[in-house]
Unconditional design. Structure first.
Length: 349
């Protein structure tokens, strides 16, 4: 029996496929449920000289207001298989938070601090998703990909993925080359949860040995309090999560900041990065530059609960978010000499 031909739809609005609720229409749109469909859709794009864009959960994405002339491939490949030793093979289209909950229910540690993060499994290796002291790079064994150069499928090891802070080859040196179809994770059966993050340690100060389920629930509650957990009808959730990456700077920059702000060296929050360099909280930089929770600029704004979340206050377009982004970047760079980098992927101008 021959596979059914892939269905290509026309003029599909992309806004409903993003957590921002922003984005113009795509000329062509295709839902990908298996690897055969992916190959067929890419062949269609090549035959018709179309750019192709890979769309996952839309949680780390800002789409232009303009008409996208290419083909959008919405990755919806499902399926989770597991073995007794904690190896999980997961389709790229599976809900990330649902997978975290399954692992927690199975009493497998390794991703419990990543509960409540929106989006799909396929996006996690691309951004090396991390939060509250964990990164997916700690548990990824391999990533199954389609290589658009060799036009073949392969399994890349974690080492080949080149994981760094919020980075991999998929969003840096090899951006656009690979399309993730499945991810394999090695979790830890019957292990204790990770409590490396100060806020979690404080939360469980009276309960030093919480269960995986308790940690995952606490993380979701913290994210909910910050407007970073998707709740229908909550305007603070119309965002792409943290909009700016925490900058990594030379240690000498800390002294410069202390002089600029006329505060003590020890008062500047930072975390060790690489030798001679530290990571600065981008949220702290925004606040020092005058961009506080609840700040508004037209139809765009900053979440009332999280300084790093730029939000669609209602009826915003990509241009509104970009205007706010530019204003923040200009001000922070002018005041502190630090150029903030946008974290969400951007489609279109």
């Amino acid at each position: 029996m021959y596979p059914q031909p892939v269905e290509i739809r026309n003029h599909i609005s992309l806004a409903p496929y993003t957590t921002f609720g922003i984005g113009g229409p795509a000329r062509f749109f295709c839902t990908i449920t298996n690897e055969h469909d992916l190959v067929e859709a890419l062949h269609y794009a090549k035959k018709n000289d179309l750019d192709a864009f890979i769309l996952g959960g839309g949680s780390n994405l800002l789409i232009s207001d303009e008409f996208y002339e290419g083909l959008v491939l919405h990755i919806a490949i499902l399926g989770v298989t597991t073995t007794a030793n904690g190896i999980y093979d997961v389709g790229a289209g599976e809900s990330w938070d649902a997978f975290v909950q399954r692992a927690v229910n199975d009493n497998c540690a390794g991703i419990e601090c990543l509960a409540g993060i929106p989006g799909t499994v396929g996006g996690t290796p691309v951004q090396n998703v991390g939060a509250y002291g964990q990164e997916v790079a700690e548990t990824i064994v391999s990533v199954r990909v389609y290589d658009t150069e060799s036009r073949s499928f392969s399994d890349l090891t974690a080492a080949q993925c080149g994981f760094h802070y919020r980075q991999s080859i998929f969003n840096s040196t090899e951006a656009g080359r690979y399309i993730v179809t499945r991810v394999r994770y090695a979790l830890h059966p019957n292990a204790a949860p990770k409590l490396a993050y100060a806020d979690l340690q404080k939360h469980f100060s009276a309960n030093p040995t919480p269960s995986l389920a308790e940690v995952a629930a606490a993380v979701r509650e913290v994210r909910r309090a910050k407007g970073m957990f998707i709740v229908a009808g909550d305007p603070d959730c119309r965002s792409a999560g943290s909009f700016f990456k925490n900058p990594i700077v030379d240690e000498a920059v800390i002294l410069q900041l202390a002089l600029i702000l006329n505060i003590g060296f020890a008062e500047i929050p930072r975390y060790p990065a690489t030798p001679g360099r530290v990571k600065l909280p981008a949220a702290w930089l925004l606040e020092q530059a005058g961009f506080h929770k609840g700040f508004t600029l037209g139809r765009a704004g900053i979440s009332s609960r999280h300084t790093l979340a730029l939000i669609n206050r209602g009826g915003a377009m990509a241009a509104d978010i970009i205007a706010l982004r530019n204003e923040i970047q200009r001000t922070v760079e002018a005041r502190f000499g630090i150029k903030l980098q946008q974290e969400p992927v951007q489609l279109g101008r």
